[in-house]
Design a protein around this ligand. Structure first.
Ligand code: ATP
Length: 295
């Protein structure tokens, strides 16, 4: 009986691990309960990401046939640059990130990385080249160390500690009762939104991908947490090709380029200063956020 129990118990463990991993990646993009639609093309090769330059060309997309969400969206993110996407809620910002990760295929147009259409490469190689810092990171019921190293199982202790330091987590971990062995997650220590986001940043530092998607938190963080996150983000975004989905404009003033989406269309683009001078949609969003901030 015991002989049978051990392998079954082990299988249960493996099943839970795999299921948790899938849930994690699906939650990143709000895809729970949706069937996978994308398959690798026969003979698809591995992506050669190089610096990770991204180009969206005339991208049209809808989640279903009755409603088009994106209308001929074109923009590029040169290798090593940071481009921010802003716009009202429902404008289609997160949809752009989901398409880049190829959770869905575009209906028309194309998305290329370093000149390769992402439909022509394997999904594994595409996703290996992209790190995601989501709004709400899912933690496993395991140690802080496990949670940081998640996705990089062979990471050394020194690499985990370096990632924690760069993600501004060191002081926080030093104050925990069992340090790196402290169990966090649903049944362990509950972490704040800002702390969870820094865990996600540490994971990306370990993964070291050329491309980064930042889905910046909508909820307001306290200023200490916000500063720690901004510092950590600077550490990872430096020299990576970054697509930042911004809900609060204060976090993206330093972007090389800002794309303003309105109802799935690119309506303005430029630097923060260019866009303020234009006195268009971006300037309006900026003023309304400033008014909100002083209330
Ligand atoms: P927010 O700032 O509120 O996060 P957003 O600009 O990121 O918004 P998206 O999440 O890209 O907006 O959504 C764009 C539109 O697509 C919305 O109208 C939304 O309702 C719709 N949408 C998003 N996900 C799905 C889905 N899985 N199925 C159908 N429609 C969806």
């Amino acid at each position: 009986m015991i002989q049978l129990f051990i392998p079954l118990n082990f299988l249960g463990f493996v099943y839970r691990e795999i299921r948790e991993a899938l849930i994690n990646i699906e939650r990143l993009f709000g895809l729970m309960d949706q069937p996978p639609r994308v398959v690798d093309r026969p003979g698809a090769g591995a992506l050669v990401a190089d610096g990770g330059a991204i180009r969206f060309t005339d991208v049209c997309f809808g989640y279903g046939p009755d409603r088009q969400i994106l209308h001929q969206v074109s923009f590029q993110v040169p290798a090593g640059h940071k481009v921010a996407i802003v716009g009202a809620s429902g404008a289609g910002k997160s949809t752009l990130a989901r398409l880049l990760f190829r959770f869905y295929d575009v209906d028309r147009g194309s998305i290329c990385i370093h000149g390769q259409d992402i439909r022509d490469v394997t999904q594994d190689s595409l996703r290996a080249a992209i790190g995601v810092v989501p709004q709400d990171t899912v933690l496993f019921n395991d140690s802080i160390r496990y949670n940081i190293a998640y996705g990089c199982p062979g990471a050394t202790e020194a690499a985990v500690r370096r990632a924690a330091r760069l993600a501004h987590l060191e002081d926080f971990i030093a104050r925990l009762p069992q340090g790196y062995d402290t169990v966090v997650g649903e049944r362990g220590l509950k972490l704040s939104g800002g702390e969870k986001q820094r865990i996600a940043i540490a994971r990306v530092i370990l993964k070291d991908p050329p491309i980064l998607i930042l889905d910046e938190a909508t909820s307001s963080l306290d200023s200490h947490s916000e500063q720690a996150i901004m510092g950590a983000l600077k550490a990872i975004a430096h020299s990576r090709t970054t697509l930042a989905i911004a809900h609060r404009l204060s976090t993206i003033q330093d972007a090389d380029h800002i794309i303003v989406l309105d109802q799935g269309q690119v309506v303005e683009q430029g630097t923060h200063d260019d866009l303020l001078i234009r006195r268009g949609i971006y300037a309006g969003l900026w003023e309304s956020q400033l008014r909100h901030a002083v209330k």
